[in-house]
Design a binder for this molecule. Sequence first.
Ligand code: ADP
Ligand code: MG
Length: 701
Amino acid sequence: MPSASTATGFTLDTGLENISGVGPRQAFLLAARGLTRVEDLLSYLPFRYEDRSRICRIQELRPGESATVMAQVRSFRLLHTRGGMQIGRLRAADDSGELECVWYHAAWLRDRFQTGQWLALYGKPEPEGLFWRMNQPEFQLLHHSPDSVPDSLKLGRIVPIYESLGELSSGRLRLAIARALRALPPSLPEILPAPFIERLHLPTRRAAFEQVHFPAAGVSLELLQAARTPGHLRLILEELFFLQTGLEIKRQRALRQPGIPLLPSPEIRERLRRLLPFRPTADQKQAMREIVADLGGGRPMRRLLQGDVGSGKTIVALQAAVMAIGNGYQAALMAPTQILAEQHFMNAHRLLPGYRLALVTSAARRSRSAPEPELVIGTQALLENRARLRRLALVIVDEQHRFGVLQRLQLMRQGEQTPHVLVMTATPIPRTLALAFYGDLDTSLLRLRPPGRLPIRTRIVPRGREAEMYEFVRRQLAAGRQAYVVCPVIEESEKLDLVPALDMERRLRALFPEFQIGLLHGRLASEEKSAVMQAFQRGKLHLLVSTTVIEVGVDVPNATVMVIHQAERFGIAQLHQLRGRVGRPQPRSSGARRAFCFLVPGEEITPAARQRLAVVEASEDGFELAEMDLKLRGPGEFFGTRQSGLPEFAIAQPLRDQELLEVAHSEARAWWRQAGQEEKRRLLEIVRARWQRNYGLVEVG
Ligand code: ADP
Ligand code: MG
């Protein structure tokens, strides 16, 4: 891109409304998507490129091969169809042949073309009788007869294609970006450390923006599509470098804060032993050792406890809580749903007799007069109640991926001193993503499953064999086992369509008159939910029809069958979580030998969905499944876009850019450690501004 005129004072921070041609309405639409500054717009990269650089004479066109031609208008007509549509029909020619072009909905082309005028046209030609025809070609009016390729944004070159933003089409975005680039000064201040730039041979910022938006002729289309041109590498690394620098700063700050000393006195060790109803696995022991070391290490713990569904994270977390309580402090455990919070509460009640526990959910708020609790368990509602958490020394967050990074930081700020933080997650996060998002946490891993878990046999139920499956379920129920039947609900805006779940309940009541059947769904009041869950837990209900509210965490060892209807509606990770509800470790006396999971596909299942189910059928390893899931669906879907709590990336894609993430991680760490005061100040300023803008976090360290 030539930088023709340089408006004075135009920088990457300039507001988009200052780009010529971007009106208030466009600026408003862009702002609604979070694009307000020139840099935001330039960071909106093409999602693909089209090579329109093949320019030829009409005679040289080849069927089906897109190309650009220069031709002179012979005639143009607007035809009205009966349906009221207008079709534009253009005849154009060069000295080698003739071309017909057709546009639908072509009212906008009225008075566009004059006979004799030169045009550049790009499209896919098909032979039509004696001449060629292009449907809906791109075109550009030329002012002179062409003796060279026109300097065009959309023809005769590799053209960037943008995902349109509402009304803003790819073409309009392209124009705005070109104008922004033109208005920027020829060189932009460098923000990455010079040695980093040199070692990796990265282009300047300005060159990078130009390369990714308007690649020069001859740049490999393959590298462009894969986002691996030097320009792409530069912008991706830049984004990741400042994310990683921010995480490193946070880590270093945390290391400097005093940690509340929680030491394992002999009495506490005795309490910890009494807490365990079973022998801990080697991984649980190791995790506990790491936690004990953190808690007494003089600095606030920042630890991620990662373990597959059923790997026994809860007991480790409760042990950590006992460390806090035994030292005269409070602990808090935050769960993402009310059911899960209640589950934890019941568990804690069983495992920690004699301790002062409190449950805080929006449904069950603790009464003011209750004695100061030692362990507070709850949903996000416990964030609002900080007055009674003055002696908070430990925060445990369950199922972290459902909370935002923000909430995690908010929790860390409860209490009078900086508490220790233990984050538990059952979603096995691939290493590189853990690096990206939890770079400021240390990790403990529970790989081994506790003994006593039943192996789970998973089967996709072929069409027409559902009745057979339910006969099997009947035999399990008759043998004293319990079963879950998951039936996804359709969620339309605010409304839940419960009809399928209600139908299923009715059907199963008719099918199993001899058994008690319960229904659990999101529309039930919280007391009703708890009542149903407790009835199932106590064995008063044999079969539980449920929407996905049992997705995480519930623990009923006697349940050995999981039936998932319309299983293709769930992601791999979700199916794995659901399946993890059965096969829980058995009490010694029980004779069960196996648990079962049936995946019942819906009527219309795509090949991709079938593949997902096959993956779940074939593997029970959460980490393997997570990697597969991530590969098949991408990180946004994988974590569920809205509740992911992951920082949004403008340019980088953590999965695609794994190796760049590692480069950025080690470079950022190394650079920050050896940077002088001046450089640290400079980086901190950039990181603050970027984090604030991109992740909405004010406080970096
Ligand atoms: P997670 O939260 O990791 O999904 P839980 O902590 O709920 O797993 O543990 C799953 C089940 O395994 C619970 O019923 C728990 O009592 C049991 N359990 C945990 N650790 C052990 C162990 N070392 N030996 C036997 N059972 C265990
Ligand atoms: Mg759990």
